[in-house]
Design a protein around this ligand. Structure first.
Ligand SMILES: [Zn+2]
Ligand SMILES: [Zn+2]
Length: 280
């Protein structure tokens, strides 16, 4: 199982000279095994993924955490969609009795392309998306997140290894929270990798209560309580420069040193091989 980060930025893409190290593209990660590629979210990072893997014969499975634009806006630029013979499985995102498939973006209005421009063999999941994935040997569990409009976090397991990806979630959100801090601890317990939204610093968080993101200190507290083996800070604020992300990463490393948990800020191109434990 190989975890790769293609887009790590929150809210809006921010390309430019101050984001070259960690990257300016919005949310997209993949978890890959045996020629099957599970894509979580289709932010602008999905464009580079498509260009890297079009024509490789891999099968793609798209799973969404929620429908905010920074998690969906890259999908029309996923090259395998426009090539006959590619196989793309689309999981419905289901919330409040509504099901949404990313293929609905191809309406000729939101994007210039209509559905007939898609040449890939696209299969849309019918029924529960996690059961659809389990039938294809991706064991995925979900948890409701504390985020305006709702969102889902995922734990993906294969071969005794597990990755938890929780983006767009406020760990400190108490009034009307979908999920308590303790329930997140249970969900993340013992994961090989925890990738979690860490958009705010502790100083910023009080003024942004209710926006649905976490401060780094709470994310470190979760990593320690759940005894995860490695922490990745995800969904960097769009205003954050590389130097600022570096500083947040250093502070988190100091917090986690006593617990012996390695920590880094997600960056485009970060690849973690959970089979060999070697990073490439
Ligand atoms: Zn987001
Ligand atoms: Zn969001």
């Amino acid at each position: 199982m190989i975890l790769t980060f293609w887009g790590v930025r929150g809210s809006v893409p921010v390309p430019g000279p101050t984001t070259l190290k960690f990257g300016g593209n919005t949310s997209c990660i993949t978890i890959e095994r045996d020629g099957h590629v599970l894509i979580v979210d289709a932010g602008t990072g999905i464009r580079a993924l498509g260009e890297a893997q079009v024509g490789t014969g891999r099968e793609f499975y798209l799973l969404l955490t929620h429908l905010h634009a920074d998690h969906l806006q890259g999908f029309p630029f996923f090259q395998p969609l426009y090539r006959a013979g590619e196989r793309v499985h689309l999981m419905d995102y289901r919330h409040d009795s509504r099901a949404f498939s990313a293929i609905e973006l191809f309406d000729g209005v939101q994007v210039p392309m209509g559905p007939t421009t898609v040449k890939a063999d696209c299969e849309c999941s019918a029924g529960n998306p996690l059961e659809y994935l389990r039938a294809r040997e991706f064991h995925v569990e979900s948890i409701a997140l504390n985020h305006p409009g709702g969102a889902l976090g995922y734990r993906i397991s294969n071969g005794g290894r597990s990755v938890v990806h929780i983006t767009d979630n406020d760990l400190s959100y108490e009034d009307g929270a979908a999920t308590s801090f303790d329930a997140f601890v249970d969900f993340c317990r013992g994961a090989d990798v925890l990738s979690h939204d860490a958009q705010w610093t502790a100083a910023e968080a009080p003024a942004r209560r209710g926006w649905g993101h976490s401060c780094v200190d709470d994310v470190c507290r979760l990593a320690m309580a759940a005894q995860v083996k490695r922490l990745i800070l995800f969904h960097h604020d769009p205003s954050r420069t590389d130097a600022q992300v570096d500083a947040i990463q250093q502070a988190a490393r100091r917090d986690l040193a006593a617990a012996g948990i390695p920590c880094e800020a997600a960056r485009e191109g970060l690849r973690i091989d959970l089979t060999s434990e070697r990073d490439r």
